[in-house]
Design a protein around this ligand. Structure first.
Ligand code: MOS
Length: 759
């Protein structure tokens, strides 16, 4: 039972970012901003070869260079221990433990010096001789071996081949997507400091508790001897879900020189050191009746991986949930290569799968002569199609309708190339999105002090998405306090344990934990008043009171009540506090599939998905609409308009949620038009590892964007949210490619779409 809150609608239309002023004035500390007396700097030496062995190293010149305190190599580094697997990924291989090279950019030495310049200058003096072999770098290499995805996430229903044979119309198409680098503005950094056997670390991470656990295991110290403090990260899209070797090396360097050490990756090091989105090859076969009823979908996807590092990257599993189609098969493969580590990157795998499926559906719509939206509506999955169980909530139909209206889809003339604007050929394209978020267990703490302020805590970092703002809103609303009187502190493993910021599930998890803590806190206050003859709240339970303006008042007599401050004062207390928690919902399909995949390697997924009792399939939905202009003579592609209609459940803050969708959309434009890691096919060198060469969208590439939220609060989370972190990215590449087809008649199945494809 929850106390009713009456406050000025804190949640909803949105407030500005609470951390905005601290960020623009420089008061907010990102990991690289931390400094300590005696702080020194580390620089890394990377392997220029992909596979082989270190034959010899000469470090004398580096050691003699000005300011140098240590040069740590595989031949001098102390032994490190390997941590246990976390939920999402295997632990990093401990760095500098042997002379073997497994990928280009692997760290082979750390140089520590008084200044960053001295460290990097000395790092260039380290001489390394390698014995090297020819690496296998591409999915097309004859020695590239395709294997089933180790996570066992393949799914099927019905009989795909029979379905395809009986179809009136079929589409059979192969799609490719490119490798992409994590490009947050904030370079990943670690500051490490040992003091009396205890380690304090500031690290660019989405999961400080995982960093703590990995470092504790690496150095064989108890986890409570490691503290990770990271309130702010300068952007992270999945690279911060796992621990990268540089974080361990910073701590190793600090221990070696017995001084605090700062290690900030360079931009080129970001291209090899924190993981990348792997490339994919996908084949989609769809069969339908003449009137557009889907009979069969077969989706097989292969992504590349780095040898020995199995990161879940589910490409095709979203396909089984997307449409009401009786015969579906989804299969994922993996090709392991001698490439730098892959990592998760915003809607990992599923976004690539969505590109292939939603492009293929567009092809089908032209083959059938049915409007793309109409085709999707005819195959609308009213219930989760793999299980027949009702969705927790689903407003995808409204997404199509509202999005189409705002976009002006009805002005689209079906014929290819039929809309012009001067010499520009105009195309309209759209795509649908279904996306299950991933929610983990979470804890939080709330306190109210005698001065009437509330302090809420959880260990999670603010990675730039608005967590601090929306969680402050949630707490203020739950306690009936004005926003100004609530402070949400975060980013410290000494605070209650929070899960990773990722999987679009943090707001659901943390919001639930904070609501629970606030509810328990109000109960603490009522407990004090329960036997107190002096209190007008005597005998009241949560259901009997209303929270308003820092006061608890009786529901049956609003004039009768008292403030938090009055209760604390009368009982001689400085503060009252309470803990709260939230758990992974028992049966969300998105959640459940993903959690089983990672915790049990998915062996039971199929059975569970098809039969679990109490399972509620949940997730966010969206429809994306894009207008492009193509200049066929110059091969120019311009995104002219984007309309996104999103069902993300309850929207806690329209401003920050809209920013999430816009940010994801821009990333989608990057995927569709620009981003492509180029690997030298002989050495494995990343040939475009700078922002001069690796293209990401700039303002001139980004048009005005219209974002509209539809749908209702979702019943599976206490706050009613469904997550907006990843859905903003999904669907944009397909909508762009579909728009290009409408403009030009060219079906581009290979991302990014480049000038040569358009000429
Ligand atoms: Mo995201 S790939 O959940 O950081």
């Amino acid at each position: 039972m929850t106390a009713t809150v009456e406050s000025a609608a804190l949640v909803g239309p949105g407030v500005g970012r609470i951390d905005g002023p601290a960020k623009v004035t420089g008061a907010a500390h990102y990991p690289s901003d931390y400094t300590y007396p005696g702080l020194v700097h580390a620089s890394l030496v990377r392997s220029p070869v992909s596979i082989g062995r270190i034959r010899r190293m000469r470090t004398a010149a580096a050691e003699a260079a000005p300011g140098v305190l240590a040069v740590i190599t595989p031949f001098t580094a102390p032994r490190l221990h390997r941590a246990k697997r976390n939920m999402m990924t295997p632990p990093p291989v401990p760095p500098l433990q042997d002379d073997e090279i497994h990928h280009y950019g692997q760290y082979v030495a750390v140089v520590v010096a008084e200044t960053p310049q001295q460290a990097s200058a000395a790092a260039r003096l380290v001489e390394v001789e390698y014995a090297f072999d020819a690496p296998v770098l591409s999915i097309r290499h004859p020695d590239a071996e395709t294997r089933a995805n180790p996570y066992h996430i393949d799914m099927q229903r019905g009989h795909v081949e029979t379905g395809l044979e009986s179809a009136d119309v079929t589409v059979d198409a192969t799609f490719t997507t490119s490798e992409q680098a994590h490009s947050p503005i904030g370079l990943f950094a670690t500051v490490a400091r040992w003091e009396a056997g205890r380690l304090t670390v500031h690290d660019s991470t989405q999961n400080p508790f995982h960093v703590r656990d990995v470092l504790a295991a690496s150095f064989r110290v108890p986890p409570d001897h490691v503290r990770v403090v990271v309130p702010f990260v300068g952007g992270a899209f999945g690279a911060g879900l796992r621990v990268s070797p540089h974080t361990i090396l910073a701590a190793l360097a600090a221990r070696t020189v017995d001084r605090p050490v700062k290690l900030v990756l360079t931009r080129p090091e970001m291209f090899t050191g924190v993981g990348h989105r792997p490339d994919t090859v996908q084949r989609v076969r769809i069969g339908a009746t003449r009137d557009g009823a889907l009979i069969a979908i077969d989706h097989e996807g292969t992504s590349t991986g780095s040898r020995g590092l199995n990161v879940l990257n589910p490409i095709t599993s979203g396909t089984v949930a997307a449409y009401a189609c009786p015969n579906v098969s989804s299969r994922d493969n993996r090709v392991e290569l001698d490439i730098p580590p892959i990592s998760h990157m915003r809607a990992p795998g599923e976004a690539e799968g969505n590109f292939a499926l939603e492009s293929a559906l567009d092809e089908l719509s032209y083959a059938l002569g049915i409007d793309p939206i109409e085709l999707r509506l005819r195959n609308y999955a009213e219930v989760h199609p793999q299980t027949g169980i009702a969705w927790s909530s689903k407003a995808l139909r409204e997404c199509y309708q509202v999005g189409a209206e705002r976009f002006g889809w009805s002005r689209r003339t079906a014929e290819v190339g039929s809309i012009r604007d001067g010499h520009w050929r105009i195309g309209y394209g759209m795509a649908g999105v279904s996306y299950g978020h991933f929610q983990e267990d979470c804890r939080a703490r709330a306190r109210i002090h005698r001065d009437g302020t509330a302090h809420v805590q959880s260990g999670v970092p603010e990675i730039g998405v608005g967590t601090m703002t929306v969680i402050t809103q949630v707490a203020a609303e739950a306690l009936g306090l004005p926003l100004m009187r609530v402070e949400f502190a975060l980013g410290d493993t000494d605070m209650p344990r929070a899960p990773f910021v990722g999987g679009s599930g943090l707001t659901a998890a943390l919001g639930g934990a904070v609501l629970d803590a606030c509810r328990n806190l109000v109960r603490e206050f009522l407990d004090r008043a329960a036997e107190d003859d002096a209190s007008p709240l005597k005998g009241c339970g949560l259901a009997d009171v209303v929270l308003v303006g820092g006061r608890i008042v009786r529901r049956d007599d609003r004039r009768s009540g008292e403030s938090y401050t009055e209760i604390l004062t009368r009982h001689g207390l400085d503060a009252l506090g309470a803990d709260g928690e939230s758990s992974r919902p028992p049966g969300e399909i998105g959640t459940q599939v993903k959690s089983l995949i990672v915790s049990r390697h998915g062996r039971r997924v199929q059975k569970l998905v098809s039969r679990s009792k109490g399972t509620v399939p949940a997730g966010a939905f969206a429809a994306r609409f894009v207008e492009v202009g193509v200049d066929p003579e110059l091969g120019l592609l311009r995104i002219r308009r984007v309309v996104s209609a999103v069902d993300a459940g309850r929207v806690l803050n329209e401003k920050t949620a809209r920013s999430q969708i816009i940010g994801g959309t821009i990333q989608g434009i990057g995927t569709a038009m620009f981003e492509d890691l180029i690997t030298d096919s002989v050495t494995g060198r990343i040939a475009n590892a700078t922002f001069g060469d690796y293209l990401i969208p700039v303002n001139a590439d980004v048009p005005d964007m219209d974002v509209v939220f539809v749908g209702q609060p979702d019943a599976t989370t206490p706050t009613g949210v469904k997550g907006v972190g990843e859905i903003g990215y999904m669907g944009i590449p397909a909508a762009i490619a579909n728009a290009v087809f409408h403009a030009t008649g060219r079906r581009l199945r290979s991302l990014p779409i480049t000038i040569d494809q358009l000429l």
